[in-house]
Design a protein around this ligand. Structure first.
Ligand code: BMA
Length: 334
């Protein structure tokens, strides 16, 4: 049985926007919406762009029947205007096997807007990569074999290749339980991915005992690629959350620094969570309580870093920190 972890706290360098109030929630959405969370955010063509997950059509049994991706725009990264129509629904993926599309992450590479997303299909979970020229339609460039998701793209080619982080789910070979690690792959064309390697494993993170996965697309700094990830610890003594009979997981955000030229090398990592669930939105009010799920990170010119995260699979929140404080947390690995 997984070792239980103590109470976890957010790093003191983190400041939650408005005390942890959401920056986007269902009341802001002009079409059917229930839970708005796990957004990807970039600055693109003079504005902030957010792609968010919307779960809706509650089935009365602890889950939603439908899931799609919406889009919002902002001048300041805080106040958002939501596009009047959904951005991506299952019909836009072009594969009749797909039943849900969710967890978008945005990356700008050479002035083009790419999007990673997850799809549930009748035959497994897959990670997708798409490109949008007009922020209205998406062309799907690739879909992984199942089970894989949580993909994020680095914002530039490294050594002539595109690079992504990803999180496959190798159930049989990890003892038949969740024990999922973060991997990376390379591509010359965004379609064919390979040279796959393990970046880090769940046992490398002291505040995880269940699984880890990529968070936001990495951000370039002089010290290295500043990289968020999410972690999960499970505690069998935890019981019900807001809506489900049994919810024993806690999700936190962690931070690490990867080598600029060889991002498979970890320069440093914080041994403690960057953001742990603490506020009411994060621990009490929500579909799945105790979930922090980071999907967007923006480095501003003044050194402020905006971190966007889904709280309790129900609303989207934001926190800020100074870039040098975040880098300082990434202590060299022993
Ligand atoms: C993960 C993903 C996320 C979600 C999290 C907590 O497996 O499905 O989208 O936020 O679980 O429910």
């Amino acid at each position: 049985m997984a070792k239980m972890l103590p109470e976890l706290k957010s790093s003191p360098v983190i400041k939650r926007y408005n005390g942890g109030e959401p920056v986007l929630s269902r009341k802001d959405i002009p079409y059917e919406a229930d839970c708005i969370f796990n957004a990807g955010v970039v600055k693109y063509k003079g504005q902030y762009v957010m792609a968010f997950r919307n779960d809706y059509a509650y089935n009365g049994k602890g889950a939603f029947d439908k899931c799609m991706i919406g889009l919002a725009f902002s001048e300041d990264g805080i106040h958002w205007n939501v596009q009047d129509k959904p951005f991506i629904t299952v019909d836009d993926i072009g594969d009749p096997d797909v039943t849900k599309v969710y967890d978008p992450r945005l990356t700008i590479i050479e002035d083009k807007c790419y999007l990673c997303f997850a799809v549930d299909t009748k035959h497994g979970l897959r990670g997708g990569i798409g490109i949008t020229e007009d922020l209205k339609t998406v062309k799907v460039l690739s879909l992984t074999a199942p089970d894989n998701r949580n993909m994020v793209l680095f914002p530039e080619k490294i050594g002539g290749r595109y690079v992504r982080l990803e999180r496959p789910f190798p159930v049989y070979s990890r003892g038949g339980v969740d024990r999922f690690d973060t991997w990376m792959s390379y591509s010359y064309d965004m379609k064919y991915w390979g040279d796959t390697k393990l970046l880090f494993a769940v046992e490398d993170v002291p505040f995880a005992n269940d699984k880890i996965g990529p968070g936001a697309p990495p951000v370039k700094t002089e010290a290295g690629w500043l990289t968020l990830f999410h972690t999960v610890d499970i505690d069998r003594t935890r019981g019900k959350n807001g809506w489900e009979d049994k919810w024993q997981k806690r999700y936190c955000a962690g931070i690490m620094l990867l080598d600029l030229e060889d991002p498979s090398k970890i320069i440093g990592m914080s041994k403690e969570p960057l953001i742990a669930p603490e506020t009411a939105y994060e621990t009490e009010d929500g579909f799945r309580t105790n979930v922090i799920f980071p999907g967007g990170m923006i480095l501003e010119d003044n050194g402020e870093v905006k971190i966007y995260y889904g709280a309790s699979d129900t609303v989207e929140c934001m926190a800020t920190a100074n870039v040098n404080d975040l880098i300082a947390l990434c202590k060299p690995l022993e």
